[in-house]
Design a protein around this ligand. Structure first.
Ligand code: ADP
Ligand code: MG
Length: 835
């Protein structure tokens, strides 16, 4: 076989199933596994001798021998302390190592089928993957012996496979990828043969697996318990783990059957499911109807549709601007889902590709654009050529340049180089290009569309004698060019007051860096024990810092500095992300003329503890109840719309299930619950803001109304000018309907007025109140805080300083104690100076 000049292999490393494809001409072909299947379950089994088995057999073991098998470990990629123990062998493997075993199995399929060793391959990751997760994927590839493994986002790969070799221009598509455990909605724009991911939204914890669990928990277990008495039977209960796993596998098989039938029979009677408490066999036979499963699927589809709509809204695209929805992932084979999706989005679906393998095939197409580094020079070859060209492009007449090198000191004048495409009809030759002494050349190729063009490289000496040259050929394909890598989440610095300054926006092409000048909120005294200045870095989209994922923090320690850093010192923060998504934060401190640096250890994310989750869930449930009552009372349409969405998706019920499973020791569920909780919190924040808007507007107008009088009475001419600037900002914020921003500005204005008044009256009470309202996110009891703030505003309005003083006292009581349960850690030591 000819040595490859491009990577050509693409791998879909899926949560549930993985696949490998190879680019063969212009066609990406799946390389089947030993069972003749296109996809290989991402499951690992370790036998007594510690031998590792991957795929179908391992998948069966997940059901029959859960103590020695693992699956769905992709959900734990990048999380710390997530070792899976394999009891019989005593092995203990993390998600990265397990993924490496899957990759090795896929490589072995190629060796078996094609007799070729895969040394480089493109690997796909969900677009929703965060930095720690992509980083872990890269390490898994290294461990599997892949010398090169560019990562490609799954929707990009899918869009490539759907779009390759088609004439389409200036259109938008929506990639709808619902897999076993992750969901991605990506808006893709195709223009001039190139395409870009315009926007993406995802949920790393939405997929077919959740439908399987819903079938088990809501249909099968209740049916089973109607027939048998099985004490404590449930998910996460060690005594019943085997039986539960069997039910889940049966649920999944039946669900798949239902995508082409109206009913499916689950029969677990021979051997029986398990034994009851008296040791009698439990036989379980149950007929599953598609209507029942459709009903269980509904909340997941609703959530997926909402995410798609949000992605479109964010990109300011209406559904009629979207040409088609590209379906990806096993669950999109479900007829109900397709119907519901078509209705819900009002966009035509593209069902032309096999959704189970489209990602691997797209990855292979992309791999065809990735050149491999030159092979070591073979014996007997004295000439090499360094080529400059793109292996895939939209241009049918691409340029190719290069340098021919000979034995040391050999001048190349009089040599010729020629490119010959013998496979073209008719065969095509570039004509001989005469080389100068330095061996450099540039020429144009002609490519046939719809196929991979292979050009033999012919080198001749001055006498016309053919010389051996390496490489011997280059390939070029006319096709869609894949986009550059972009950030899938914004990255920013947490500021004091739970705010974020976003330095790198979602969608930014990487590598990239950005800097911003901040100031310190505390004094850092040299050598002071425990003293530090903390600059936390977050990844996400939420305005409140603690609703985003913590990437890490740069800490300047008191014993690192040569001098004190006074409070309010400038700190120039720079965040840099390289092409492989590694993040570095630097802080330059002018007063020291020193720079500090932190590389973020992206693997430090820890799954939350069950008790922590339970507490947080209860708090959110209470908040939800309160907000529901308020929303019904005020009939605020924005708030009601969000609450309806939460209801349709049954978000709280699902969280309840996840948290319950976590309490029973299910570690996957902990990750799920943690993310879902953040999502619920952010959405309730939005409801809160919507509900707060009218009262906020009232408060803003009152301050604007009273201010001129106060300034006339107490102020000086310069106060008037300053007031007018601030008031203009407030009016702009009123127009833009940005509650968070408006609150900050009105608080600022009120604080300013308070200082003006204070100069004459000596009252600091108003200023203190404004300062406290500015800290409201940090107050421990949000409901009480809201009540007090409202009371305080009435007091301000009525000029009741005594009442305001008592409000302040009560608000101070709500300030978190320095080292409370989740205080301390995320607190930022920097703020953004005002203009
Ligand atoms: P992943 O990308 O997470 O590896 P896949 O795209 O391989 O996921 O999809 C796996 C999921 O698809 C599983 O939950 C499986 O049950 C489901 N699935 C596979 N085939 C079908 C089908 N015909 N109908 C419905 N669901 C299916
Ligand atoms: Mg997938």
């Amino acid at each position: 076989m000819m040595a490859r000049s491009t990577m050509d292999f693409g791998i879909d490393l899926g949560t549930t199933n993985s696949a490998i494809a190879v680019l063969d001409g212009t066609e990406a072909r799946i390389v089947k596994n030993a069972f003749g299947h296109d996809t290989t379950p991402s499951a690992v089994y370790a036998d007594r001798a510690g031998r590792i088995h991957v795929g179908e057999r391992a998948r069966e073991r997940v059901e029959s021998d859960p103590a020695n098998a693992a699956a769905e470990f992709k959900l734990r990629m990048g999380l710390r302390d997530q070792l899976t123990s394999f009891v019989n062998s005593g092995l203990s493997l993390g998600p990265e190592e397990l993924s490496a075993h899957v990759l090795r199995a896929l490589k072995a399929n190629v060796t078996r089928q094609l007799g070729e060793e895969v040394r480089a391959a493109v690997i796909t990751v969900p677009a929703a993957f965060e930095l720690n997760q992509t980083d872990a994927t890269r390490r898994a590839a290294e461990a599997a012996g892949l010398e090169l493994s560019p990562l490609l986002q799954e929707p990009t790969a899918a869009a490539l496979a759907y779009s390759f070799q088609r004439d389409e221009d200036n259109i938008y598509r929506l990639v709808f990828d619902l897999g076993g455990g992750t969901f991605d909605a990506s808006v893709v724009h195709i223009r001039d043969g190139e395409f870009d991911i315009v926007n993406h939204r995802g949920d790393n914890f939405l997929g077919g697996k959740l439908i399987d669990w819903a079938i088990v928990e809501q249909l099968l277990i209740p049916a089973l318990l109607r027939q048998y008495t099985l004490p404590g039977f449930g998910r996460g209960e060690p005594a019943w783990a085997q039986a539960i796993a069997k039910l889940k596998a049966a649920a999944e098989n039946a669900k798949i059957e239902l995508s082409s039938a109206d009913s499916a029979l689950i029969d677990i009677s021979d051997p029986p499911l398990c034994a009851d408490s008296r040791g009698a066999p439990v036989e379980f036979v149950h007929e599953l109807h598609s209507a029942d499963v459709d009903a269980l699927t509904e909340p997941f589809v609703a959530r997926a549709v909402n995410i798609c709509q949000a992605a479109l809204r964010e990109s300011q695209l209406t559904p009629d601007r979207i040409d088609r929805v590209l379906l990806v992932g096993g669950p999109t084979l479900t007829p109900y889902l397709r119907r519901r999706l078509h209705e819900g989005l009002g966009i035509e679906l593209d069902v032309s590709q096999d959704p189970m393998t489209v990602v691997a095939r797209g990855a292979a197409i992309f791999a065809g654009t990735q050149r491999l580094p030159a092979e070591p020079v073979r014996p007997g070859v004295s000439y090499t050529v360094d080529l400059e060209y793109k292996p895939i492009g939209s241009d049918p007449e691409p340029m190719v340049g290069g340098v021919v090198r000979g034995p040391a000191g050999r001048a190349l004048d009089g040599f010729t180089v020629e490119f010959v495409n013998a496979g073209a009809r008719p065969p095509w030759r570039s004509g001989k290009v005469v080389l100068p002494a330095a061996g450099t050349f540039i020429t144009t190729l002609r490519a046939e569309p719809e196929r991979r063009n292979v050009y033999e490289i012919v080198l001749e000496g001055p006498t016309g004698a053919r010389e051996k040259v390496q490489p011997t050929e280059l390939t070029y394909t006319v096709g869609v060019v894949a986009p550059a890598a972009t950030l899938t989440h914004s990255i920013g610095v947490t500021l004091a007051g739970n705010e974020v300054s976003w330095l790198l926006a979602k969608g930014t092409r990487i590598p990239e860096k950005a800097r911003e000048i901040l100031r310190s909120t505390v004094r850092l005294t040299r050598g002071e024990s425990g003293g530090l200045l903390r600059i936390p870095i977050v990844e996400g989209e939420h305005a409140r810092a603690n609703r985003n994922r913590q990437v890490g923090a740069l800490e300047i320690l008191a014993d690192q500095v040569t001098r004190d850093i006074p409070k309010n010192s400038e700190i120039e923060v720079e965040i840099q992300i390289d092409a492989s998504r590694l993040v570095t934060t630097r802080a330059y401190v002018p007063v020291l003329d020193e720079e500090f640096e932190a590389f973020h250890d992206l693997t430090t994310e820890r799954a939350p503890e069950p008790a922590e989750l339970r507490r947080a869930l209860q708090a959110e449930q209470q908040r939800l109840d309160g907000l529901q009552t308020d929303a019904r009372r005020t009939a605020d349409p924005a708030a009601l719309a969000i609450l309806d969405e939460l209801d349709d998706e049954r978000v709280v019920d699902q969280l309840e299930n996840d948290v319950a499973a976590t309490e029973h020791g299910d570690t996957d569920a902990a990750g799920t619950a943690g993310r879902r909780l953040l999502d619920l919190q952010a959405r309730l924040d939005a409801v809160e803001q919507a509900l707060e808007w009218p009262s906020l507007v009232e408060w803003a107008n009152r301050v604007l109304h009273d201010a001129p009088g106060l300034i006339d009475e107490y102020g000086e001419p310069r106060d008037r000018r300053r007031y007018e600037l601030l008031a203009a900002d407030v009016r702009r914020a009123l127009e833009s309907r940005d509650a968070e921003h408006l609150r900050t500005l009105v608080d600022q204005l009120a604080a300013y007025l308070a200082t003006v008044v204070d100069r004459r009256t000596g009252a600091v009470v108003m200023a203190r109140f404004s300062q406290l309202t500015g800290m409201r996110d940090e107050l421990t009891d949000q409901a009480a805080a809201a009540r007090l703030i409202a009371k305080g505003r009435r007091a301000v309005d009525g000029n009741d300083i005594e009442a305001l003083r008592s409000v302040n006292r009560e608000l101070i009581e709500l300030l978190p104690r320095g080292d409370g349960p989740d205080g301390g850690e995320d607190v930022s030591g920097v703020y953004k100076p005002q203009r």
